[in-house]
Design a protein around this ligand. Structure first.
Ligand code: AMP
Length: 358
């Protein structure tokens, strides 16, 4: 168990790192944020910061030496960085998890290997393979770069065969995966925590609504039958167990109607705290951030109780100007990430609305 006053090293300086640092402070820990970006918003709430590239071995070695455990707030930590650090200090979740989740093709193969359903997919490394992929998964389909895509970046929809070449050009011939376009009823996610002994605790399944590929609203409870909720938890638990995961992870899924039944298809695994779990700060007795810190610190996981019907609304770009208006709304909690520039599409803050359930 990590002693009170110990320092948790966090790779990445965005809002997730910021909220992890706040949760760590609440449990009596210090944080040391490592980020290459000048104005990282997590720097503002950490005990120590390192501003250096992920390739700077001297800075990494010093970081590893002064912290007691290392974690990360984003999944694109370069493999070499994670390996370098893991040789010097414990990194949780284990960096092997990054290998399984940084590449969409490896991730889908891993999920399929667990006999968990996904959208139909095919690897695409050439224009010829794209044509074969379309034969296999059908149209419409989505072409996604295997690595470094998020919030819809590195994705192109292919509605008809004539769109294929433009799509292939738009991803700049990068190695891709082609996925059949899923006519989902809703998008849901499960945020789960797994401790060092292998115990898994899931938060209630969340329903997510995207705008321009970016999460806009999460609602809990999700409008799915109890059997689907149980299935979502089973899937998240199976994935966490298979990865021998320690910490919080999120599994994004499509809920698809099959006659009267609902089927869940896994879209993506996020090996970190997740935007669709932000509601847990104000809407549950233990937040996803606290659960993550508890898991990596070797503390007991909480049994989070939901405090009512909860809605989380992202404030994106200029919407941050609405923060003061939200402060006047009864039952609303407002979170401002302190980012300097409100660029379009940038997550600047969020609002949580809790309506007690009778
Ligand atoms: P991703 O980057 O894979 O999480 O995709 C971002 C969003 O694009 C998802 O949350 C969905 O709204 C949409 N999307 C991605 N893949 C598919 C798919 N195969 N079928 C339908 N919609 C998709």
């Amino acid at each position: 168990m990590l002693k009170s006053g110990a320092t948790i090293g966090i790779l990445g300086g965005g809002q997730l790192g910021r909220m992890l640092a706040l949760a760590a402070a609440n449990l009596g820990y210090r944080t040391h944020i490592y980020s290459p970006e000048e104005n990282s918003c997590a720097f503002d709430v950490a005990h120590v910061i390192t501003k250096a590239p992920y390739e700077d071995e001297k800075a990494l070695a010093e970081f590893a030496q002064v912290v007691d455990v290392i974690t990360y707030e984003f999944e694109n930590v370069p493999a070499a960085t994670a390996t370098f650090l893991a040789a010097r200090k414990q990194v949780l979740p284990d960096p092997r998890v990054l290998e399984a989740t940084q590449d969409r093709l490896i991730e889908k193969d891993f999920v399929k290997g667990l006999k968990i359903p996904t959208a139909p997919y095919a690897p695409v490394h050439s224009a010829t393979q794209l044509a074969e992929g379309i034969e296999k998964v059908g149209l419409p389909a989505v072409l996604k770069t295997r690595t470094l895509g998020y919030d819809g970046k590195g994705q192109a929809k292919i509605a008809k065969a004539a769109d294929a070449i433009d799509a292939w050009r738009s991803v700049k011939n990068a190695p891709c995966i082609l996925e059949g376009f899923v006519k989902f009823q809703r998008e849901v996610s499960v945020v789960a925590a797994r401790d060092k002994a292998g115990k898994v605790v899931c938060f209630d399944i969340t329903e997510n609504q995207h705008r321009d590929h970016i999460l806009k609203v999460s609602r809990v409870p999700a409008r799915v039958p109890p059997s689907t909720e149980r299935e979502a938890r089973r899937i998240a638990t199976k994935i966490a167990d298979a990865l021998d995961y320690v910490g919080v992870l999120a599994v994004e899924m499509f809920a698809v109607k099959r006659g009267r039944a609902t089927e869940l298809l896994v879209n993506e695994i996020a090996p970190r705290v997740h935007n669709s779990g932000h509601w847990t700060i104000d809407g549950a007795t233990v937040s996803q951030f606290e659960q993550h810190i508890r898991a990596i610190a070797g503390l007991p996981l909480g049994k989070p109780l939901r405090l009512g019907r909860v809605e989380m609304i992202n404030l994106i770009g200029a919407e941050i100007e609405e923060a003061t208006r939200w402060m006047k709304v009864p039952g609303a909690s407002v979170h401002v990430y302190g980012k300097k520039e409100a660029r379009p599409g940038r997550k600047m803050g969020h609002v949580t609305r809790v309506r007690p359930q009778r």
